[in-house]
Ligand binder design. Structure first.
Ligand SMILES: Cc1cc2nc3c(=O)[nH]c(=O)nc-3n(C[C@H](O)[C@H](O)[C@H](O)COP(=O)(O)OP(=O)(O)OC[C@H]3O[C@@H](n4cnc5c(N)ncnc54)[C@H](O)[C@@H]3O)c2cc1C
Length: 482
């Protein structure tokens, strides 16, 4: 019997697991994908929003501003790179009144230090921006993180504190007795629980209906992106937004925490909740809109494209509540943007909801720190010390990103370790550089097979159904594994 089962290992599920791991509870996270952050928490802009965008008085506004204030300290504790680059919303002549409205909204939400900058100051801060910019709303508290790494950090600390993660396990039913949660039906069998937190992203409404809890509706909205090469680091400094529209914050241009440039996302209402494909038309729209902000953006340096799906709640606000119909069911649904920013504050709210159902007793001792070895960021002498300790740190496998075999081996062991090539890529950046794995993938595959003790044919890109090799072409021919 688990005290709490969390459905979904996105940023919300993992932040909740991290916060709950400080209490004496048996906690399980059930995730249908092979790793953490397989959905919206993987494919987003990575912005820690300042909080001027959500309407005052909404949960989105409160939790955005609270979450924003929590990140710098959290990132220090959990060793997740954080870049406090500030954001600009730019307006052309005649549009300045809309900046005033955002400024009023931001102040009502409690966002600190907002200011409207004139043209010269904007050009001074962003020399490559379109010259017809008239003014911008500047939010110095906006920042950047790797959403994937943040999710992993929450999960790893939670795991060290005793939270269990079950990947490749889909929840297919909710078990109730006398309008109380009894457990979950999953593809790996039945799991008993006293409390269930529904953090299933774009599927959360379907699970709430399954449980018999209060109904709500989520609309999937796709966002497509272009990722540009790291050699452009510094070309764009702030997160630069156009004026928002009723559907989204618009197509923005921003640096990533790793030094790339990102342009996107589109806002396309779709029917298929799993359709994260990119399209020629979508990416053309990203190009066109990005050039309106930065006319000289070097779009010949695009190295990759991707898409994420927002879980847009029909009623507009986050849905974070204990069900009044089914005791023990807690929803964290409709967590669209700024859900990444709000996640640590959402987790705090979820803990209070759990405390309203079952007693929470703090653990006398728990871990609250994490550190990750990133050799390429270390001075040469320090790097040499690591190589003396383990020569695998001296064998560079990914030349674009300078990732060693030792770091790859580390990613395949320890808490919430990688089981797929994408998992290794996310944890180490091996294969995330200019060649996108073109050179290092065969070597990565061999290392993964060796470390996991499996055949190369069993190594997958992103879990079941995505093998990289089918077999050997000698003797028995394709399909013959050995
Ligand atoms: C294009 C885009 C841009 C964004 N930009 C930003 C931004 O810059 N800043 C910001 O603050 N926010 C941003 N967001 C919002 C942010 O990404 C989301 O709010 C956040 O990632 C939601 O996290 P989550 O854990 O609720 O959902 P998800 O990350 O979607 O996780 C839900 C998990 O549940 C699992 N799951 C679903 N159904 C089941 C089941 N039946 N059984 C088991 N597991 C299941 C899924 O596999 C998934 O891993 C953006 C979102 C998108 C799509």
């Amino acid at each position: 019997m688990h005290d709490v089962i969390i459905i979904g290992a996105g940023i919300v599920g993992c932040a909740a697991a991290y916060s709950l791991s400080k209490y004496k509870l048996r906690v399980l996270v059930v995730e249908q994908g092979p790793d953490v952050a397989m959905a919206a928490s993987r494919a987003n802009s990575g912005i820690i929003h300042a909080g001027y965008d959500p309407p005052p008085g909404t949960l989105m506004a409160d939790l955005n501003v609270q979450g924003n204030a929590m990140y710098p300290d959290l990132c220090r504790k959990l060793d997740v790179p954080f870049r406090n680059n500030g954001s600009l919303v730019v307006a052309r002549e005649g549009e300045e009144e809309q900046l005033e409205e955002l400024l009023r909204r931001g102040r009502a939400n409690g966002v600190p230090d907002l200011a409207i900058l004139g043209r010269d100051e904007v050009l001074n801060r962003e020399p490559n921006i379109a010259k017809d910019v008239a003014a911008a709303l500047y939010a110095p508290t906006a920042g950047l993180i790797s959403p994937w790494e943040m999710t992993l950090a929450f999960a790893q600390v939670a795991a060290v504190n005793g939270v269990t993660f079950r990947f490749n396990t889909r929840v297919t039913g909710v078990l109730t007795e006398d309008d109380r949660i009894a457990g979950l039906e999953t593809t790996a069998g039945r799991l008993a629980a006293r409390v269930v937190i529904n953090a299933a992203g774009v599927h959360a409404d379907l699970l709430a209906h399954m449980a018999g809890a209060e109904r709500y509706e989520i609309l999937p909205r796709k966002g497509q992106y272009l990722l540009l090469d790291k050699e452009l680091d510094g070309w764009v400094k702030h997160t630069v937004f156009p004026l928002p529209n009723p559907k989204s914050k618009g197509v923005l241009v921003l640096p990533t925490v790793d030094g790339n440039i990102l342009a996107g996302p589109t806002a396309e209402d779709i029917l298929d909740r799993e359709d994260n494909s990119t399209t020629r038309e979508g990416l053309a729209r990203v190009r066109e809109s990005a050039l309106q902000l930065f006319p000289d953006l070097p779009l010949n340096r695009v190295i990759s494209s991707f898409a994420g799906i927002r879980a847009v709640p029909v009623d507009g606000d986050f849905i974070i509540r204990s069900s009044a119909r089914i005791w023990g069911w807690i929803d964290a649904g409709g967590i669209q943007s700024p859900g990444l920013t709000a996640a640590p504050a959402i987790a705090d709210k979820l803990i209070r909801l759990v405390a309203g159902l079952i007693p929470l007793q703090p653990r006398e001792e728990h871990h609250d720190r994490r550190s990750t070895l990133r050799l390429r960021e270390l001075p040469l002498q320090e790097r040499q010390r690591w190589i003396q300790r383990n020569p695998l740190y001296g064998r560079i496998i990914c030349r674009c990103e300078g990732v060693s075999e030792g770091e790859i081996v580390d990613a395949l062991h320890g808490p919430v370790s990688a089981t797929t090539l994408d998992g290794v890529k996310q944890r180490t950046r091996a294969g995330a550089g200019r060649c996108q794995g073109g050179f290092c993938q065969p070597r990565l595959l061999t290392i993964v097979a060796r470390e996991l003790g499996i055949s190369p044919c069993a190594v997958t890109k992103a879990g079941p159904g995505s093998p990289l090799v089918a077999g050997r072409l000698n003797k028995g021919g394709a399909g013959d594994e050995e």
